[in-house]
Write a protein that binds this ligand. Structure first.
Ligand SMILES: Cc1cc2nc3c(=O)[nH]c(=O)nc-3n(C[C@H](O)[C@H](O)[C@H](O)COP(=O)(O)O)c2cc1C
Length: 439
């Protein structure tokens, strides 16, 4: 391959919407988002279509911040109206795919390190080294209340806890030496106890004795994905992650985000290649530009701005239901994701963005930038972003399912291959090998 390799990831939520809140309203057919076949068939498409990874974003509560009620989110179907647990789905996907990495989101604020270490070790074994964990610190009070807390931990405290969570899980994954399994059937020796270690971890948030009750998995530990976008979030990502997922609405913000990530990696003593930065992108692909624009317009016409506001309120952990749709987004006080609100303000540029506009943008795609046009147009746009150094690849966010992935794999992937940005055959080995990051 002569050109810079582009990495591709498919974005999913195990529910009716993704970034696009119109997914379940596909005019062509019902989207069977509660059925396993739906997900398994998407996984097959992406696996055969040279995607490196797919992952499920996730959250642990319905959204009821907007107007302090679940009325809007449940009635209109916001991002949190339904989210099934991704792990069983990934197990089924592992059975029918060969190459693609399989990622789930799990929270360091509401999960326990021992459970997480087991889940990802299991997924890594049964997928022969393709497990990935999108590490999140969670966002809002609804999630806190589902786990017995009154309100969400403070922003930086969540990341302190997350650092400790990673230390514990890493020690658990390392608690079995690579050669601890003996499997001497004739002598009846299963494993070497000297190579299986107690970890005796005692920190401020967690204690765990260990060892894990699963032998070391093919990757040793799952490939780590992270998507925090605040300064503290980037420092955390620079310390732990191998894939950084970002949603930046335009090229300028992509470039400065990636520059910041490279600086944070340097401060953590890691080279810029240690973590691949993948940017969210929502393609609308047509045989002609007019056809692609018509698809986009149809999609956007299916989005009610109030459904976007319900999701935005959950992301921002803020109830701005009493603010008029003509008020500006500057009036929203966030205690949730700071990065997302900053991006929203930046779209407005010098002009003020109203809350009504924010609802439309959020509902249509949570600010995902778009590539609208023929397959060549879409390929050109994503190649130019990678060539500018703003990203190592993309998290492709579907407008409709399975349509967007089918179209991207059928029409754009062959162009990327022909132009030398994707290998002609899938690489062998684990997900981490495929990312060129070794074990
Ligand atoms: C692009 C992007 C995707 C995210 N996906 C999830 C998710 O699926 N589930 C979740 O609980 N948090 C998700 N988050 C939240 C972050 O992981 C993080 O907990 C939150 O943004 C607060 O950190 P920050 O202020 O550093 O952005 C996402 C954030 C961003 C920017």
């Amino acid at each position: 391959m002569s050109n810079k390799r582009i990495y591709l990831c498919g974005f999913l939520i195990a529910g009716p919407v993704v970034h696009s809140h119109a997914v379940w309203r596909n005019p062509k057919y019902e989207t069977p988002f509660l059925k396993l076949d739906h997900y398994v068939s998407i996984a097959r498409t992406l696996d055969q279509g040279m995607f490196d990874l797919l992952f499920f974003a996730d959250r642990l509560a319905i959204a009821d911040r907007y107007g302090s009620s679940h009325e809007m989110g449940i009635r209109l179907g916001d991002q949190d109206a339904t989210r099934m647990d991704p792990m069983p789905i990934l197990g089924a996907m592992a059975a029918v795919t060969k190459h693609i990495g399989l990622g789930a989101t799990r929270s360091t604020t509401y999960d326990a390190p021992y459970n997480i270490a087991r889940e990802f070790s299991t997924l890594d074994h049964i997928s022969s080294g393709r497990a990935a964990w999108n590490v999140v610190t969670s966002m809002n009070d609804g999630e806190a209340q589902n786990f017995g807390a009154v309100s969400h931990l403070g922003h930086d405290a969540r990341y302190d806890r997350a650092d400790e969570f990673m230390e514990v899980t890493t020690k658990l994954w390392d608690s079995w030496d690579e050669d601890a399994l003996v499997l001497d059937r004739a002598a009846g020796i299963y494993a070497d106890p000297a190579k299986v270690h107690y970890i005796n971890y005692k920190g401020s948030y967690f204690q765990s004795r260990g060892p894990l009750n699963i032998p070391r998995s093919p990757q040793g530990r799952p490939t780590i994905i992270q998507a925090g976008s605040s300064g503290r979030g980037k420092a955390f990502a620079a310390r732990w992650s191998e894939i950084i997922f970002a949603l930046q609405p335009n090229l300028g913000r992509m470039q400065s985000f990636t520059k910041d990530v490279h600086a944070a990696l340097a401060s953590a003593g890691r080279p810029p290649t240690a973590a691949k930065v993948l940017m969210a992108m929502m393609p609308f692909i047509g045989a002609t530009r007019a056809e692609a624009e018509a698809k986009r317009d149809l999609h956007d016409s299916l989005v009610d701005p109030r459904v976007g506001l319900s999701t935005l309120a959950a992301h921002a952990n803020a109830d701005f239901g009493d603010l008029s749709l003509d008020a500006t987004v500057d009036e929203i006080a966030s205690t949730g994701s700071q990065g997302n609100l900053a991006a929203l303000r930046s779209i407005a540029g010098d002009g003020a963005m109203t809350i009504g506009d924010a609802g439309r943008i959020y509902g249509a795609g949570v600010m995902c930038p778009r590539a609208v046009g023929t397959p060549d147009d879409v390929a050109d746009q994503i190649i130019s972003i990678v060539e500018s150094g703003a990203a190592d690849g993309f998290v492709i966010s579907p407008a409709f399912l399975p349509d967007t992935f089918d179209e991207f794999v059928r029409h754009v992937v062959p162009i990327l291959k022909a132009r030398g940005f994707l290998p002609s055959q899938p690489a062998h080995g684990t997900l981490r090998d495929r990312l060129g990051q070794g074990a």
